[in-house]
Write a protein that binds this ligand. Structure first.
Ligand code: F6P
Ligand code: MN
Length: 440
């Protein structure tokens, strides 16, 4: 018997955020990307000469064509760069065509999650097909700027962490627990800062992140920190020092720094013994972290004039060498599949994540993929929406930027809606949703 599931979010629903995104936000992102690439003209000419200029023209031509395809609801076409799992993408396209009784999917008619992921794959295709600009990241400038512009918030957070670090290993639970909550909350609210929600407009962390926590707390719709604390605490006592944390990263800039600070906090306090970070294999949803962004962030910290930033930059580079931090790339994170499909599409990744003690999923897109980007009733239990995806204990730290949410109490949505009708998409509201490890 096939499972009866709610429909996928899609731009075919005209009053949805999917419609607004495909109609307005994606074309703006594409236009801004063309602009950003164009502004690299002089540097590219200097570095690569005429071949670079040819590539630049070719990228921008392809992005402009793509923009037109989005705006005119063209049919989705296969990926032909011969790289980066192009055959998986094309098989996915065929499968949807088949599910549609032979109708090729298009931007406004089919699943939002699929077509939006596909747009970033097409941007990458334009880059892959270059002769000399194959490694260009069209969002690099925006991401780097996002970190530099949030320098004040970054230094406040790092100075705060540096100030308590020495006391952490011997701190008793009554003092430690409030800090545990604070570092998780800081990491959660770091997710307000992505560049695609603002269609590439600045969205940097400029306030003191610690001072903001009290204000933000009333916008937390689900807070499962207690359960997570209990489980991690038990594990920590039981496992004699060996506890693995995985962080499925989201955005570079302030959010990545808040991920790194949380990782440091948990390592120094010996709640965990190793942290595996999962960045994206290629530029994704404008602000998502690639391995290159991760390394650049550490280097930028290490060479900063701010003492705390420089100290942590150096310490974290050493963590990559001693293995307490591990960066793991996997193609699955830049495929269009939701996480219910991971076990079939990427069994190696699923098996690896099963060795983790706790997996943190950062941000909105990860949440959409966890719950399959479907129009679930808001009171659907989180574990029901996961549809069996449970490689280990997992926790979503997500500010709401898309019109899907589960796990709410009856009536919570109505209260939030009174605050703002757009409560699901502004990034003001958030959830910390935890699901324990499946018993064997
Ligand atoms: O960086 P995040 O938190 O995953 O957000 C990504 C953004 O892209 C979207 O997934 C779609 O545009 C939104 O839901 C969200 O605004
Ligand atoms: Mn993102």
């Amino acid at each position: 018997m096939t499972e009866k599931l709610p429909p996928s979010l899609s731009a075919k629903f005209k009053d949805s955020f999917a419609y607004e995104t495909i109609k307005d936000r994606l074309p703006v992102i594409l236009a801004k990307t063309v602009d950003a690439v164009h502004r690299l003209k002089n540097d590219i000419k200097e570095q690569h000469g005429e071949a670079g200029m040819e590539d630049l023209k070719s990228i921008n031509g392809k992005l402009s064509k793509l923009r037109n395809e989005v705006q005119t609801d063209k049919a989705i076409i296969p990926i032909h760069d011969g790289r980066l799992n192009f055959e998986v993408w094309n098989a996915y396209l065929e499968k949807i065509t088949c599910d549609n009784d032979g109708r090729t999917p298009s931007w406004f008619q089919d699943a939002w999650l699929y077509v939006e992921c596909y747009m970033y794959r097409r941007i990458q295709e334009a880059v892959e097909e270059c002769k000399v600009l194959k490694t260009l990241d069209p969002f690099q400038g925006q991401k780097d700027q996002a970190l530099l512009s949030s320098a004040d918030a970054v230094s406040i957070l790092m100075e705060f962490l540096e100030g308590i670090l020495g006391n952490l290993p011997s701190m008793d639970d009554s003092k430690f627990r409030p800090l545990f909550d604070q570092f998780f909350e800081l990491d959660l609210w770091g997710n307000k800062c992505d560049l695609s929600i603002s269609a590439g407009h600045d969205n940097f962390q400029t306030e003191s992140p610690i001072a903001m926590l009290d204000v933000f707390r009333s916008f937390l719709l689900v807070d499962n920190l207690n359960q997570m604390w209990d489980d991690l605490h038990k594990l920590n006592k039981r496992k004699d020092g060996s506890v693995r944390l995985d962080i499925v990263l989201d955005n570079a800039g302030f959010e990545l720094i808040s991920d790194m600070c949380l990782a440091e906090f948990l390592l120094t306090s010996k709640m965990v013994s190793e942290v595996h970070f999962h960045p994206k294999r290629f530029p994704w949803f404008v602000s998502d972290t690639t391995k290159k962004d991760f390394i650049w962030t550490l280097e930028t910290c290490r060479t900063s004039d701010n003492k705390a930033m420089a100290d942590f930059g150096q310490m974290w580079e050493e963590r990559l060498v001693d293995g307490s931090w591990i960066i793991k790339e996997h193609d699955f994170w830049t495929l269009p599949h939701d996480y219910h499909d991971m076990e079939t599409i990427a069994p190696d990744l699923y098996a690896d994540l099963s060795k983790s003690d706790l997996i943190l999923f950062k941000g909105d897109l990860n949440y959409r993929k966890l719950v399959g980007d479907r129009n679930w009733p808001h009171t659907t239990p989180f574990d029901v929406a996961l549809r069996g995806f449970r490689p280990s204990a997992l926790c979503a730290l997500r500010t709401l930027k898309a019109d899907v949410v589960v796990g709410l109490l009856e009536g919570q949505d109505r209260v939030a809606c009174k605050h703002t009708a757009r409560w699901m998409v502004t990034g003001e509201f958030a959830v910390i949703q935890y699901c324990e490890k499946k018993s064997q």
